[in-house]
Ligand binder design. Sequence first.
Ligand code: FES
Length: 139
Amino acid sequence: QTKMERRSFIKASCTLCGLALVPGLLNSCSKSSTTTNKNVNFTLDLSSSTNSALQNVGGYVVSNDVIVIRTGSGSFIALSALCTHQGCTVGYNANSKQLVCPCHGGTFDTNGTVLAGPPPKPLQKFTVTQSGNTLTIKS
Ligand code: FES
């Protein structure tokens, strides 16, 4: 009887082995940590209520996995919003002027440089151009 139990145990653990070998399952939670530079090209309408946070200096909006921040009366910056550690979406602290990841405390400056925490790479930075109420964000 013990043999039987053992055999079914082996069978069960082998099923788990098989699952663990499916690549996507293991990698799914750290997928973004390996993403390389990406191409973005989109616009934001400053007059739209969805982007009202950008009316104020220090305000920010996350769109297309990009964080767009108003750093001055007429200046905006845009960086990848996905933390290079495990892909959480970063926020912006207007007081410290730093981007902060809520997951494990990754901290970046406004150039995307890592200041603290586990992120292995800087955040990709994008160019922002303003024309009237339209911001264009490009890589
Ligand atoms: Fe950002 Fe871990 S995912 S610090």
